[in-house]
Design a protein around this ligand. Structure first.
Ligand code: PBG
Ligand code: ZN
Length: 326
């Protein structure tokens, strides 16, 4: 008996394969992360992330133009401040580094969507994502005092020109606090992209070099999620939806494809996947060694995030991917 059903019939020709492809990656799916540092003329490569740079505001504007020219619709901004303190002043100050970068980018490339990452870890002296009692070395982040600082941060980012606020600290009630803050300040139309299901992951290592945001003591496991859990991710997204989130994020992406899928099934909001620093570095390292074909591996990986349910992908590969998709 020969088989009657022959799925291979639809694989015989490249154009036919193209016609029946179910998931297609577009440049418009991509969001490119940028790291802003004080100073001028600075473009400092992050050692553990070849091809990724810390950029001063003048350089970040050039980069934003290039990103927009490649057809990428949005960037997400992280900042490395001059000084860090217990109040995370650099996060919410009008002259903060992300505020300056957002204003400069919007002035130079008004059509590029600027997303501001809203967290405190880059700005606190201890490197945690929230407020800690002075002198408390146990690393116990206080939830509600943190909400006040996040609210101030989000409002100042919106005032500086950020189009979307992306809170990433995993504090309870952070979406609601930020929503209220934005509304009170007149930013009813500024969407919130919540890092709703963010795991305590070892894949963030290279980012912490890039953003100089490693906790000086303890770890982030009292606020970020345990990697064994996925039911809890659904609880997190339900809360964020109820609090007014406009978009939801799952982070990291590669080891959490099942979570992306479940979140997609459980909501009707756009879902973003964060292809994090460690995922980027692994591919880069293998590619630089000549062990894998970078272009093919990256496009396969990004397409699979979309197949798993991601509508948007935050990725350090965005510029390369945009060139390859042209
Ligand atoms: C912190 C934050 C992290 C990332 C973005 N914002 C990680 C962390 O230190 O917990 C990770 C991004 C990446 O690894 O690419 N709020
Ligand atoms: Zn943080």
């Amino acid at each position: 008996m020969f088989p009657t059903h022959r799925p291979r019939r639809l694989r015989t020709h490249p154009q036919l394969r193209r016609m029946v492809r179910e998931t297609v990656l577009n440049t418009s799916d991509l969001i490119y992360p940028l790291f802003a540092v004080p100073g001028e003329g600075i473009a400092k490569e992050v050692k553990s992330m070849p091809g990724v740079f810390q950029l001063s505001v003048d350089k970040i504007v050039e980069e934003a133009k290039e990103v927009y020219g490649l057809g990428i619709p949005a960037v997400i901004l992280f900042g490395i401040p001059e000084d860090k303190d217990i109040e995370a002043t650099g996060a919410w100050h009008d002259c903060g580094i992300v505020q300056k970068a957002a204003t400069a980018i919007k002035e130079a490339v008004p059509d590029l969507v600027v997303i501001a990452d809203t967290c405190l870890c880059e700005y606190t002296s201890h490197g945690h994502c929230g407020y800690l009692q002075v002198g408390d070395l146990s690393g116990r982040v206080l939830n509600d005092p943190t909400l006040e600082l996040l609210k101030k941060t989000a409002v100042s980012q919106a005032q500086a020109g950020a189009d979307i606020i992306a809170p990433s600290g995993m504090m309870d009630g952070f979406v609601q606090a930020i929503r209220l803050g934005l509304d009170e300040a007149g930013f009813q139309d500024t969407p919130i992209m919540s890092y709703a299901a963010k795991y305590a992951s070892s894949y963030y290592g290279p980012f912490r070099d890039a953003a100089d945001s490693s906790p000086q003591f303890g770890d982030r496991r009292t606020y970020q999620m345990d990697f064994g859990n996925s039911r809890e991710a659904i609880k997190e997204i339900e809360l964020d939806i109820a609090e007014g989130a406009d978009m939801l994020m799952v982070k990291p992406a590669l080891s959490y494809m099942d979570v992306i899928w479940q979140v997609k099934q459980a909501c009707n909001l756009p879902v973003a996947a964060y292809n994090v620093s460690g995922e980027y570095s692994m591919i880069k390292a293998a590619a630089l060694n000549g062990w894998i074909d970078e272009e093919r591996v990256v496009l396969e990986t990004l397409t699979s995030f979309k197949r798993a349910g991601a509508d948007l992908i935050l990725t350090y590969h965005a510029k390369d991917a945009a060139r390859w998709l042209k």
